[in-house]
Design a protein around this ligand. Structure first.
Ligand code: GLY
Length: 336
């Protein structure tokens, strides 16, 4: 069936589009777009819905996202609801409520979101609000802007019905006090201290969305913002191609515009895993100290194929597809 469909699509595309530079849908195509369309017309059956997210806590987040996707909901709603479970969980010390504070003891949050129309929203250096990804969505949907930061983001959230709260739990405060004693007020970059949740979904209508939300590097400089809030770095969605998101050392991801790079590689025809691997290898080429930190990307394409790649061993991603929610070990670069 898939082969027959592929043959028919290719035949129509070859006879009409090639003759008149017109896509079978009637759209006029540029040369670049024609090769893009060929890539996707060549593909197999679309496997949807699907949701993929970072780390083992992604399993719990996927369950919530799947509730939306399996009832024909929108990918955007699925990812927002999915990550909200992790943002609200005080036992997770890298996202939302319970996140470790900066070196001055303030919990400051970054988040971004993109929908199937290419709309984008983000907040950075946001304090006192448990659900930064939802605030990012509101920035996207209710303002002419893409990003609002700091006190402006807080005021915007409060004006739109979000509740102000203390996000610093006792566990996080104790950890900060211990860190202050041991680390002389200097942030420590290592392989284990950035467990952002990034989530990407493809819904039953074939639309993609994504979000990324974090409390950032534990005990960072006050005011530090990293990849999770930066569209193109921690998150990128192009509904014609695919979506990608990252976790790990955000500064490293920003320097290569990581998630945008992954999506552009998928546009060129790479599989999601190949595209993630290219981005990780770009980091290794450009950043000599790459062995000292962790970065990982996850990606999904328009066909519902997914992939991941990390610098170091240990990165896991959660995938809910075909009714099954499973945790996978990612492939990685540093093998020796
Ligand atoms: N990737 C999250 C951060 O570095 O803050």
């Amino acid at each position: 069936m898939a082969t027959r469909r592929k043959f028919i699509i290719e035949t129509i595309a070859a006879t009409t589009a090639a003759a008149a530079s017109i896509h079978p849908s009637g759209r006029k195509l540029s040369k670049g777009l024609m090769s893009f369309e060929k890539t996707f017309n060549d593909s197999k059956t679309v496997n949807k819905p699907v949701v993929i997210s970072t780390w083992d806590f992604g399993i719990k987040a996927n369950v919530k996202a799947w509730e939306v996707l399996s009832s024909n909901g929108r990918a955007l709603d699925a990812v927002e609801k999915g990550v909200s479970v992790i943002e609200a969980d005080p036992s997770i010390t890298t996202v939302g409520y319970g996140g470790f504070p900066d070196r001055d003891g303030f919990v400051t949050l970054d988040a971004s979101i993109m929908d199937e129309y290419g709309n984008a929203g983000a907040v950075a250096f946001l304090q006192h609000i448990m659900h930064p990804a939802s605030v990012a969505r509101m920035v996207m949907e209710k303002t002419p802007h893409v990003m609002i930061v700091g006190d402006g983001a807080l005021q915007f959230a409060l004006a739109n019905g979000f509740k102000k709260m203390n996000l610093l739990t006792k566990t996080a405060k104790d950890a900060w006090k211990k860190w202050l004693k041991e680390n002389h007020y200097e942030p420590v970059i290592d392989r284990n201290n950035h467990d952002t949740i990034g989530m990407l979904a493809l819904d039953n209508n074939g639309n993609l969305s994504g979000t990324c939300t974090t409390s950032g590097l534990a005990f960072k400089y006050h005011g530090r913002v990293a990849d999770s809030a930066i569209i193109g770095a921690g998150l990128f969605v192009d509904n014609e191609v695919g979506a990608a998101t990252s976790t790990g050392l955000g500064e490293s991801v920003i320097k290569i515009s990581g998630s945008h790079l992954v999506v552009e590689k998928m546009r060129e025809g790479k599989s999601p895993k190949e595209a993630c691997e290219i981005a990780i290898k770009r980091i290794a080429e450009k950043q000599k100290d790459y062995r000292t930190f962790q970065v990982a990307f996850i990606a999904i394409n328009k066909q519902g194929e997914v992939g991941a790649y990390a610098i170091q061993k240990g990165f896991q991603y959660a995938l809910y597809q075909n009714g099954e929610n499973k945790l996978f070990d990612s492939d990685y670069l540093v093998k020796t």
